[in-house]
Design a protein around this ligand. Structure first.
Ligand code: MOS
Length: 749
């Protein structure tokens, strides 16, 4: 047998017919007909309902719960408190790794934020559980809580869970001091909550010491690992199904405290348990985006060329764990300047621990930086787009590394042309629409890193020539069922209908995490590799088999085409997969693929997606009411697997940006530490009437370095350019520079 690695697989030449096609979502019909099964739609035999009781103080401890009153309710089966909750093998406050965030799992009577779970009521019906929770009437010993950024802070050495909190290139102090012109501005962004449409939920059943779980997760393997660690059971004994998520936005990346409580409750009552958070209960124990106060300093020459950039972020984290929004780090890659310095500070306040949320770091970071760049352009007397082009980063400024690919110039050009940017008057308050409203145009640069996680995939070709691809990937609504199936089919040289695609379950190969906008790149690369591997194995059978028309064709190369292996130099010569397997007497043949970030490529290149967003706003001069009337985004993010879905991701990202700029803000009551608008009526998100005409332009980009498919991420980049573009358009409309988000009419009057 010849060495498999030495056989040409032909994959480079194989013409995929699925990748690049605008397929509609394969799960779309299930979803619009209500027949897609989300976690909370599962109702195993003997199911009981668990409901959380949550703290109404932000700091202190629970001194009394009327457990007897709750137990006396006829429908209530059990009340779980710190006194009777089953033991965990690992302390939920133990930091076993940087991604193991401390969880509130009734480990004691302490309260460390408003909304923290303090008991779980299990009942035969949901109604009885809700009533039981209300009967607990907790008493507290209350300590003074702080929920704003005004108190003491600390230097943050690590931000997010793993990035350095400080970086520098050049001598910022000297370069800033000697610059001809200076901009210094401070921007505030509020706490924001993910508010995925589907609340966090779990349906869980213990089978002996094995766990059968339905719950939405963006990271099946990580959720299994954390659950195994907490419950002291081996990962093989845990099966999590997560075929569909009603959004996640980062809040479903890691196992959440309430889901752990669901598992504990099922153990306590010895029955399957369903626990679903209410909308209000999502404000606390499942993460949020911390508030930030960012100061940007820009020094530039008379000609507008940047000489020095400093970006400092003060951000909130909880009293008991560290997740610091890495907002300053966007300044590492966006604009060229000989001196750059970024720093972060943290402030411990009485809130739940912040978490990854919709472009963590880049979203608030670029809101501040893009506003400051606009302020600098005006100070330099330049058009904001010309200013950005003058300070275009040809290499990553902080490191000097070349970009693996960067089509940002094309994004600026195509976006500007489509928007009509060349007609923009320089001075603010110089355009009106037919209704007398002030019109303004703004631009923002979008960027997001191209991230890869570790993943594996399995490919099979069966005796009948059909294929199977398996990967435990996650469809949050972004279209993974479809885009990954397209990649799987091309990897096998088959049509999508000829390939069964299994996903969304933890008993399938680890797909990493659907986060960091890296899921298609990660899972797609593993699937692509699995396809190459199985085709190589099949090729080996054929070229070594005297009865095959491909016998001895190993040197000329063999490629997979429409269910056949064919000679690369003459595609009419070959044979179907089924014939090869039949002669070999095999029922199927299997291949495996992996993906991971390539450290050598990362060492050499900066890898980011880029874009440019152009916004038009109309502002009522008397009422200050702001409407975004147009958004045009042009994005370059490597290979496009499915243009329909990529476009849809960009629309979603731009709507998040609009939401950040004008709507979202969690408001704390400073006296109690409670969130006053923990609901979708008062925590504002955009509705259709708020969303204008959107256009997304997909700019072609080949990237030979990011991964075998050349795919970057498209999930989060849309928010990054949009916030600044809208803020800058509001300034252009009104001449008022608002430096706090969300921007509202009160800021303009
Ligand atoms: Mo996202 S915040 O990368 O799930």
């Amino acid at each position: 047998m010849s060495d498999i690695a030495s056989l040409p697989t032909g994959s480079r030449q194989r013409q995929g017919s699925n990748i690049g096609q605008p397929m509609t979502r394969r799960d779309g019909i299930l979803k619009v007909t209500g027949s897609a099964t989300y976690a909370a739609d599962n109702n195993p035999e003997g199911l009981m309902h668990a409901v959380l009781a949550t703290a109404t103080i932000a700091r202190g401890k629970v001194t009394r719960l009327d457990v007897e009153a709750a137990r006396a309710h006829p429908g209530v089966v059990e009340v779980m408190t710190p006194e009777n909750r089953p033991p965990l093998a690992t302390d939920p406050d133990e930091k076993t790794n940087p991604f193991a965030f401390r969880l509130d799992a009734l480990q004691n009577d302490g309260v460390r934020y408003a909304g923290q779970p303090i008991a779980v009521v299990v009942a035969k019906t949901l109604e009885a559980a809700v009533e039981g929770a209300a009967l607990l009437r907790p008493s507290y010993e209350t300590e003074a809580a702080r929920v704003d950024l005004e108190g003491e802070s600390f230097v943050a050495e690590i931000v997010g869970p793993g990035a350095p909190g400080r970086a520098a290139s050049g001598d910022f102090d000297a370069a800033f001091a000697s610059a001809a012109k200076h901009i210094e501005a401070t921007y505030d962004t509020p706490p924001q909550y993910h508010n995925a449409m589907e609340p966090h939920s779990i349906v869980v059943r213990w089978e002996g010491d094995s766990l059968s779980i339905d719950m939405p997760t963006q990271g099946l393997a990580m959720a299994v690992g954390r659950t195994a660690e907490l419950f002291g059971i081996s990962p093989e004994k845990i099966h999590i199904r997560s075929p569909f998520l009603g959004g996640g936005f980062g809040s479903k990346g890691l196992a959440a405290g309430p889901q752990v409580l669901g598992i504990l409750a099922a153990k306590l009552v010895g029955a399957p348990v369903k626990l679903v958070l209410t909308r209000q209960q999502m404000y606390g124990p499942v993460g949020h985006r911390g508030q930030t106060r960012q100061t940007v300093k820009l020094g530039m020459g008379e000609d507008g060329r940047l000489a020095a950039i400093e970006h400092h972020t003060l951000t909130s984290t909880s009293r008991f764990d560290d997740f610091l929004e890495p907002a300053s780090n966007v300044t590492h890659s966006l604009y060229a300047a000989p001196a750059i310095r970024t720093t972060h500070a943290g402030s411990r306040i009485d809130i739940g621990t912040p978490m990854f949320m919709r472009a963590p770091g880049e979203a608030p970071g670029s809101a501040a930086l893009e506003s400051a760049i606009d302020e600098a352009a005006f100070a330099a007397g330049m058009d904001p787009l010309d200013f950005r082009l003058l300070n275009y980063a040809e290499v990553e400024p902080i490191s000097g590394k070349p970009f693996s690919s960067k089509a940002l110039r094309e994004c600026y050009e195509r976006g500007a042309a489509r928007f009509g940017w060349s007609k923009r008057p320089q001075a603010p308050r110089s355009m009106r629409d037919g209704e007398g409203r002030l019109l303004g145009w703004g631009v923002g640069t979008a960027t997001f890193p191209a991230i890869m996680f570790q993943a594996e995939a399995r490919a099979v070709i069966r005796a009948d020539g059909s294929g199977l691809m398996e990967i435990g990937a996650h469809d949050m609504g972004q279209g993974a069922w479809t885009a990954l199936h397209q990649i799987a089919a091309d990897g096998l040289g088959l049509s999508m209908d000829e390939v069964e695609f299994r996903s969304g379950s933890s008993d399938l190969p680890n797909a990493g995490i659907a986060g960091g906008s890296g899921h298609t790149a990660t899972a797609g690369t593993a699937l692509h590799g699995a396809g190459e591997d199985v085709i190589a194995r099949l090729t080996e059978l054929a070229v070594n088999d005297e009865a095959s028309p491909l016998y001895g064709a190993g040197n000329v190369g063999v490629v997979a085409r429409n269910g056949r292996l064919v000679r690369q130099d003459d595609e009419s010569r070959g044979e179907p997969y089924a014939a090869i397997l039949k002669r070999a007497g095999l029922a199927e043949i299997e291949g495996r693929g992996q993906s991971a970030a390539d450290p050598a490529a990362q060492e050499r290149y900066a890898m980011d997606a880029h874009g440019a967003v152009f916004a038009e706003v109309a502002v009522d001069p008397n009422l200050g009411q702001i409407r975004v009337t147009r958004l045009v985004g042009a994005f370059a993010a490597g290979r496009v697997i499915n243009p329909r879905m990529v476009e849809s991701q960009y629309y979603g990202g731009m709507i998040w940006g609009l939401s950040f700029a004008l709507h979202e803000e969690a408001v704390h009551d400073k006296r109690t530490g409670r969130i006053m608008n923990a609901n979708l009526a008062e925590y504002r998100v955009p509705v259709n009437a708020d969303v204008p005409s959107l256009e997304a332009i997909l700019v072609h980009e080949d990237d030979p370095h990011v991964n075998a498919l050349g795919v970057k991420g498209v999930g989060e980049i849309g928010i990054t350019g949009t916030v600044g573009a809208i803020a800058n358009a509001i300034w252009h409309a009104t001449g008022v520079r608002v430096r706090r988000f969300p921007i509202g009419l009160a800021d303009l009057l």
